[in-house]
Design a protein around this ligand. Structure first.
Ligand code: HSE
Length: 436
């Protein structure tokens, strides 16, 4: 006898009808029959809230109540799931807290919120026996949250390397492959709906830092404060450095890096030179990638579209279906409230990496020995030196690759070198990472 699927209706309230919110509605409309038939569940959009709802295209929304009032979602006892897609800390924090306190499950794509308030919100969800899902907050539709919390459980994690901002990866790719200017590439990313409403958060690395804080917590069990993540964006990256890197068989990526060495955690976001042979080097455009080292599993690479309307909508809809299948059961994510003890954060000054350094220096004898003399005094070993031809007559680029060196030493050495009159502009230093 054929098994009859019991149809379950779940009433949802959606707050925020911007790029992602309208993507979620589009996704659910398009997949309505498929979801009903395959999973036996129907998501009913009961209320749609947006502060400019009257300016939005709301055709085809059936009986959904349209409102500008958040309370219309939070006060409605019939709404089982509140979806928060407005972003930012406030009033998102109040929305999520109130929804959980009133017994609603919550889905959010808000990385800023989870990075800053995750610990408290997970505890509240646990106390209320409600689910709090946030798959789209990192990697959009790439299921990195589920992979760490449910896919690879029982392992411990040593390292995370991530390309976790689609906008930056898109800009760097356009600058490298199509020789586009930084500002043109950024404009394109904005037009395509990849960038944040305030794109500064993308290009100054903060969006990646928020996402890294979430990943570090999931992987290491330790909340790393966003302020403890050393963060540098991509605005200083020039076409010259991209070209020099290419000629050294290297490519520049904005990497989010978290490492655990026993009871010490190090977390940083910065442009990084990596070998073109490494799989992360081929991750281009808006793709995100997560290269994790788990124990005993080993290395794992997960990649896909990490920004954009339907990618993010896919993450939210996955959360909805996961929620529908887990229902009231205690779920692994509920264990997120407990933190591993005794971890300490390694400050950037104490981190050891190799560096690519470009000096713009006068083309005359003695320049190299002056520079290397200072580097030597700070115990910075040089692996290779090349002098390049340059269109500017006032100086020539001198490119040095260092051995492993302590950040603090490099910073102090560059401060000294910069003061010499033979050095014509602030030296550019880009960290190199051996990902294998
Ligand atoms: N602005 C973000 C990015 C969107 O470019 O990655 C996805 O979180």
């Amino acid at each position: 006898m054929e098994k009859t699927i019991i149809m379950r209706k779940i009433k949802i309230g959606l707050i925020g009808y911007g790029t992602v919110g309208s993507g979620v509605v589009k996704f659910l409309q398009k997949r309505h029959e498929y979801i009903r038939a395959k999973y036996g569940v129907e998501f009913v959009l009961r209320t749609l809230c947006d502060r400019s709802i009257h300016k939005k295209d709301t055709r085809g929304l059936g009986k959904a109540r349209l409102t500008t009032k958040i309370a219309d979602v939070l006060d409605d006892k019939n709404i089982e799931v509140a979806i928060e897609l407005i972003g930012g800390l406030h009033p998102a924090q109040e929305i999520v807290t109130t929804a959980l306190s009133r017994g609603k499950h919550v889905i959010t794509a808000n990385k800023l919120l989870i990075a800053n308030q995750g610990k408290e919100l997970f505890r509240l969800a646990k106390r209320q026996n409600r689910q709090l899902y946030f798959e789209a907050s990192v990697g959009a539709g790439v299921p990195i949250i589920k992979t760490i919390t449910e896919g690879i459980v029982g392992n411990t994690y040593n390292r995370i390397y991530g390309i976790i901002n689609g906008t930056c990866n898109f800009i760097l790719t356009e600058m490298t492959k199509n020789n586009l200017s930084f500002s043109k590439a950024l404009k394109l990313a904005q037009e395509k709906g990849f960038a944040e409403s305030n794109p500064t958060l993308d290009i100054n690395g903060m969006d990646s830092a928020h996402k890294l804080a979430i990943l570090a917590y999931l992987a290491f069990g330790k909340f790393v404060k966003v302020s403890d993540i050393y963060t540098e964006g991509i605005t200083q990256i020039s076409h010259d450095d991209i070209a020099y890197a290419e000629s050294l068989n290297l490519t520049i990526k904005l990497l989010a890096i978290a490492k655990r060495h026993e009871n010490v955690v190090e977390a940083r976001v910065h442009p990084t030179l990596i070998s073109k042979e490494h799989p992360l080097a081929s991750i281009s455009g808006i793709y995100n990638a997560f290269y994790l080292n788990a124990n005993p599993l080993g290395d794992i690479l997960l990649s896909g579209e990490g920004a954009g309307q339907m990618a993010a909508a896919s993450g939210v809809v996955s959360d909805l279906l996961n929620l529908a299948s887990h229902g009231e059961d205690t779920h692994l994510l509920c264990n997120l409230y407990s933190e591993a003890p005794n971890f300490r954060i390694r400050k950037i000054d104490q981190v050891k990496t190799r560096f690519y350094i470009r000096f713009m220096a006068t083309d005359k004898p003695g320049v190299l020995s002056t520079i290397t003399g200072v580097l030597g005094r700070y115990r910075i070993g040089i692996n290779s030196v090349t002098q390049r031809a340059h269109k500017a007559a006032w100086a020539v680029p001198v490119i040095m690759l260092t051995n492993y060196t302590m950040e603090k030493n490099l910073r102090l050495a560059l401060e000294k070198i910069q003061k010499f009159s033979i050095v014509k502009s602030k030296p550019v230093a880009i960290r190199m990472e051996n990902l294998w």
